[in-house]
Design a protein around this ligand. Structure first.
Ligand SMILES: Cc1cc2nc3c(=O)[nH]c(=O)nc-3n(C[C@H](O)[C@H](O)[C@H](O)COP(=O)(O)OP(=O)(O)OC[C@H]3O[C@@H](n4cnc5c(N)ncnc54)[C@H](O)[C@@H]3O)c2cc1C
Length: 405
């Protein structure tokens, strides 16, 4: 015997809980159930933001906000006009969770604990009688006319409406594919670059504040802070490339060259500045007189890579050495040989093809009464709270649309 509900949400993660609460709060007469395969839900929320949950980002202009989404930039513009950062802040505040903005724009609960978000969701779900069914892994989805039949590891359910919020789950993508949806092949996004190079081998922890990086042979480029790590390079300049280049870099099997400009100056201008240094600091050691506001350890390693010895003074170095140094500073090429996880945070690029989703409602264009929210669709963002904002926005709009129908 099937268990009947008005609305079933598959996936008790960020998007699933947010949608369920919004529906149940507005329509107490409807029966709303979440089917969650785990023995607990909200596991990603728990570990997110290093246990602090970076809920959203203090960017309040939709056309600016969308620029943080390598996939979804065009499609999310409309939805953000309906529900975005300010609405997220208000939503949590109305339910007793205050958010704070950090210097870089990331927003966290004032408590600095993701548990605050989890407690809020669990309390709200309970208050509005959302039935959360844990250990219910969904095995099949069958559209009925009308409604859906959903087979789980613990029985069969039927519902009038269905919201799929299963994140990056390959099994659910396969089910959706069988139902006629196109699934864009998943690839990792948000990763750091593995680089074995003697120029950076001994300087982990060094940060260059404003670098420009290009992936050689592609149109990919980014700028921002760069961190040298034990295995290569990280920080926003790299993470942005990993997200915007997710598909391209996967095709290259994470083997490619990058060209780094450490000082945001072109080769010729840099060379001119170095020639001036030669005049001005003639008797000083080159290694010991770092220029361009660069960290001393980085300067030292780039000087050494330019065939300038530790004892040489500015007056001693020749044209070739000056040119080599200008080249190291403005167009240093590094070979990337793989990728590593960034602080355990990762997202998946890929999912339900955006062409098959109506972004006014987050409803499937293929199957009536089927909605999506969160990472299950082919949307992902750079790090900073944007991935959750996609989950909140999609879930809110899907919930509103489900209620209106
Ligand atoms: C370590 C880490 C840290 C992160 N930190 C941040 C951050 O601070 N800020 C930010 O914006 N983003 C962050 N992200 C990304 C963010 O967590 C995701 O984008 C977000 O959780 C997506 O929400 P979702 O609801 O779509 O999917 P999820 O939160 O992944 O939820 C999907 C749910 O569906 C369930 N499910 C899957 N398959 C089935 C099935 N067959 N049957 C029943 N249930 C099923 C899963 O168990 C899960 O509970 C982080 C990611 C990671 C891995």
């Amino acid at each position: 015997m099937a268990n009947h509900k008005d609305i079933i949400i598959i996936g008790g993660g960020a998007a699933g809980f947010f949608a369920a609460i919004n529906i149940a709060e507005q329509h107490p007469e409807l029966s709303v159930a979440i089917l969650e395969r785990g023995k607990e839900g909200l596991q990603k929320v728990k570990i997110s933001g290093g246990g602090r949950c970076n809920v959203t980002h203090a960017e309040f202009i939709p056309s600016e906000l969308v620029q943080n989404y390598p996939r979804g930039e065009k499609e999310l513009l409309g939805p953000f006009h309906s529900f975005m950062t300010g609405d997220t802040i208000a939503w949590f505040e109305e339910r007793g969770v205050e958010l704070k903005i950090e210097e870089d724009g990331r927003m966290f609960p004032v408590s600095n604990s993701s548990q605050t978000i989890i407690d809020c969701f669990l309390d709200e779900a309970k208050k509005h009688h959302v039935e959360v069914l844990y250990n219910h892994a969904v095995k099949t989805i069958n559209p009925l006319e009308p409604g859906f039949q959903i087979e789980t590891s613990q029985g069969v359910f039927q519902s009038k409406k269905l919201l799929v919020a299963t994140g990056s789950n390959p099994k659910i993508w396969k089910l959706l594919e069988d139902l006629g949806h196109t699934i864009i092949q998943p690839v990792p996004s948000l990763f750091t670059f593995d680089i074995k190079d003697k120029r950076i081998k001994n300087i982990p922890g060094v940060v260059a504040k404003n670098v420009e990086i290009k992936v050689v042979g592609t149109g990919l480029e980014s700028y921002g802070p760069l961190l040298i790590t034990h295995v290569g390079m990280s920080a926003p300049a790299i993470l942005k490339l990993s997200a915007f280049g997710a598909v391209e870099l996967a095709k290259r099997n994470y083997n490619f060259e990058i060209e780094v400009n450490f000082i945001q100056m072109d080769f010729e201008s840099c060379l001119e500045t170095l020639k001036n240094c030669k005049q001005e600091f003639a008797k000083k050691s080159v290694v010991k007189s770092a220029q361009f506001d660069l960290p001393k350890r980085l300067w030292k390693t780039l000087v050494s890579a330019s065939n300038i010895s530790e004892t040489e003074r500015w007056a001693d170095i020749n044209k070739e050495q000056l040119e080599a140094l200008s080249s190291q500073l403005t167009q240093a090429v590094f070979q990337v040989t793989g990728k590593s996880t960034f602080k355990e945070e990762f997202v998946t690029a890929g999912g339900v093809d955006l062409k098959e989703v109506n972004f006014k409602t987050f409803e499937s264009k293929r199957i009536p009464d089927l909605h999506f929210a969160g990472e299950v669709i082919n949307v992902d963002a750079i790090t900073g709270g944007f991935n959750f904002q996609n989950a909140w926005t999609g879930a809110y709009i899907a919930a509103r649309s489900i209620m209106l129908q």
